[in-house]
Design a protein around this ligand. Structure first.
Ligand code: PEP
Length: 256
């Protein structure tokens, strides 16, 4: 079964207005020169840059824009928060849920993420749900248990028709922003495990159609070997998504 091949760029809390504008303009210009077989590209700028990014990519069906986070409430007196519906109304199609930086620095728990993802999907946004073990879990042989727990408690409450609206991103925490990339063997082993867990819960038709991205120090040098693995359907890119040439080269590493 063919699955969507996706490269997503998570800009985190980087780039001032003009820098964001320059990055989107360089990416769109470079992509227009490339012969590419419909890759799906998702940009995750800061909330403030979403309007700009959406207006700049309008008309290019390959490029989508999403929020890096959203509130776990629909609306109301929650100062400083941004709702899923607001993201939708500004032209976002995707939201990152459960990035490890949200789990670690903002204490986002599996149960909070479970309610956020339900809300996001009810607003007709696609959730990119991030999971991954930390370094001590990897070193103590508990990586698979940690990932299974995140799936069971954060995702597997969803009905089958809702899980189809999700993309998964396996991001080992020890690989994010560290320059330590999972080896192809480690990545394939965990992606196959995740697909197997989805199959156990939802059956093979759904598990075979779900895109699972790899994230963690993925760059233009290692992307091709990661993206060629049978259960890796693309990447969620942090640092390397801030450089247009690197990001477009990563997109070009997707197999046809
Ligand atoms: C990320 O933040 O999702 C990420 C994968 O970061 P980096 O590529 O910088 O490791």
């Amino acid at each position: 079964m063919s699955r969507k091949r996706i490269v997503a760029g998570n800009w985190k809390m980087n780039l001032l207005r003009d820098e964001a504008k320059a990055l989107v303009s360089e990416i769109t210009a470079m992509l227009s020169d490339e012969e590419m077989r419909n890759p799906e590209i998702i940009l995750f700028p800061s909330f403030l840059h979403i309007h700009l990014a959406v207006s700049m990519v309008a008309g290019d069906p390959r490029i989508h824009v999403g929020g890096q986070n959203c509130a776990d409430k629909r609306m109301g007196a929650f100062t400083g928060e941004v709702s899923a519906a607001m993201l939708r109304s500004f032209g976002c199609s995707h939201v990152l849920i459960g990035h490890s930086e949200r789990r670690i620095h903002f204490n986002e728990t599996d149960s909070l993420l479970a309610s956020k993802i339900t809300l996001v999907l009810s607003e007709k946004l696609t959730a990119v749900f991030c999971i991954g073990e930390n370094r001590s879990e990897r070193e103590s042989g508990q990586a698979f248990d940690a990932v299974q727990r995140q799936l069971t408690e954060g995702l597997f409450h969803l009905e089958p028709e809702k899980i189809r609206e999700c993309i998964l991103a396996y991001e080992p925490v020890w690989a994010i922003g560290t320059g330590l990339t999972a080896t192809p063997e480690q990545a394939q082993e965990m992606h196959a495990f995740i697909r197997g867990a989805v199959e156990n819960r939802y059956g093979s038709e759904i598990s075979n159609s779900l895109s699972i991205l790899y994230g963690g120090s993925c760059n233009e040098k290692n992307a091709a070997s990661l993206f060629s693995l049978p259960d890796v359907d693309g990447g969620l890119i942090g640092g390397a998504s801030l450089k247009s040439r690197s990001f477009v080269d990563i997109v070009k590493s997707l197999p046809s």
